[in-house]
Design a binder for this molecule. Structure first.
Ligand code: PLP
Length: 402
């Protein structure tokens, strides 16, 4: 551990390096694709197998790639520093990470309380776990702190799951209140920090038990890795590690290399994208064709206070949504087809600014009435702000809206 507290900008570039031993260490992490690891003697292999009944934290304990391996460990140690976690473990996707984390915290018969705003596949995973694993899954409105606390008190769950920033409208959950209420009833908390990233908030330092990310998004940031990561205490992460070994959703060494390389610039990318998002949101508010803008950085936004209370000072995230007034789906599609810089990609967190149409993508399965209840209309577009010059994104929005 560092002997003085370093900033996230420093940690992101100075973590995950090898220490020199008998041989000089490569200055940058190596890609180690090997499946197996050779020890000096069978006795050492035997010791590692005993020690590694699933643990591969120490290089001497590497046995087999599904248990843990060096390139992945380099990425994991960097994430652990950023999340202020004892242990982080990487996965082949965000869903693999959430799956392993879920199974580490519950047993059949347990109650799980999740935010009704959870990512669609998380919803589906929980529904599947309810039907097949004997869990009792309930959903409540995590954006209404009182309602969510009450649901925790009434349901007395073993696990509470929510996201820091919700999709697609970038609404901010009062994490402190969720964690405190969960603690009171002895529930564990699993926070999906994908949209916010450790640049904005580190839920473990607020008392959360596990934090998960789709590393596919901002963590890697370049749209070329599918991955996930879970962080928490050594005790809980031992269970996550066992699940990873048995479910098998490990990250590949090539993806771990890219994800660590992407992570180096996470703070810089996020700082730039947060500043741009603020400028773009302010510009959208004044546009005559735009009826609503959802961005927690706007003082008029319903999530502004919750964001100010919890997020890094002056930063409000890289996600925003806006509504074009009085348009149907085809008109919204026509407008999105006019973008020249903004790219229509069904993902987020990339160096490029990405647009999605929630009514026909992430929230397609809901009826128009259900979508309306969540303030999602045919004219709603979600933007994931990248690292371009914000003036160019504004110019692109301007010409498309015209
Ligand atoms: N959590 C959130 C908030 C997401 O947005 C996503 C994917 O979009 C996931 C988890 C799942 O991640 P992956 O697609 O890497 O499995």
């Amino acid at each position: 551990m560092p002997d003085f507290k370093r900033s996230i900008y420093t940690l992101a570039v100075s973590s995950g390096h090898e220490e020199p031993g008998d041989l000089p260490a490569p200055a940058m992490p190596s890609i180690v694709p090997s499946v197996g690891f050779v020890h000096r003697s069978m006795q050492e292999t035997d010791r590692a197998l005993g020690a590694a009944g699933g643990s591969a934290d120490h290089p001497a304990d590497y046995i087999y790639s599904r248990h843990g391996a060096p390139t992945q460990a380099a990425f994991e140690s960097a994430i652990a520093l950023l999340e202020e976690a004892e242990v982080s473990l990487s996965f082949s996707s965000g869903m693999a990470a959430l799956h392993a984390a879920l199974l580490a915290t519950v047993v059949p018969g347990n109650v799980v309380l999740a935010a009704k705003q959870s990512y669609g596949a998380t919803h589906t995973l929980l529904g599947w776990a309810g039907a097949n694993l004997g869990l009792h899954v309930h959903f409540a409105d995590a954006l209404d702190a009182g309602t969510f606390r009450q649901a925790i008190e009434e349901q007395r769950p073993a696990l509470v799951i929510c996201e820091t920033l919700t999709n697609p409208l970038a609404r901010v959950v009062s994490l402190g209140s969720v964690i405190e209420a969960a603690r009171k009833v002895g529930a564990k908390t699993l926070i999906d920090n994908t949209f916010a990233t450790p640049f904005l908030i580190t839920p473990l330092t607020m008392g959360a038990d596990l934090v998960a990310h789709s590393a596919t998004k901002f963590i890697n940031g370049h749209g070329d890795v599918t991955g996930g990561v879970v962080s928490g205490s050594s005790e809980l992460m031992d269970k996550v590690r066992t699940n990873r070994r048995l479910l098998g959703g490990v990250m590949s060494p090539f993806d771990a290399y890219l994800a660590l390389r992407g992570l180096r610039t996470l703070p810089l990318r996020m700082r730039h994208a947060c500043e741009s998002a603020m400028q773009i949101a302010r510009w959208l508010v004044d546009h005559p064709r735009v009826s609503r803008v959802f961005y927690p950085g706007l003082e008029s936004d319903a999530s502004h206070e919750a964001a100010r209370a919890q997020f890094r000072q002056g930063a409000f995230g890289a996600m925003l949504a806006f509504e074009i007034a009085n348009v149907d789906r085809s008109e919204t599609f026509r407008l999105a087809d006019c973008f020249q810089v903004i790219r229509p990609v069904t993902s987020l967190g990339d160096v490029n600014t990405l647009v999605s149409h929630p009514a026909s993508s992430s929230h397609r399965g809901l009826s128009p009435k259900q979508r309306a209840a969540q303030h999602i209309t045919e004219g709603t577009l979600r933007l994931s702000i990248g690292i371009e010059d914000s003036a160019d994104i504004i110019a692109d929005l301007d010409q498309a809206l015209a």
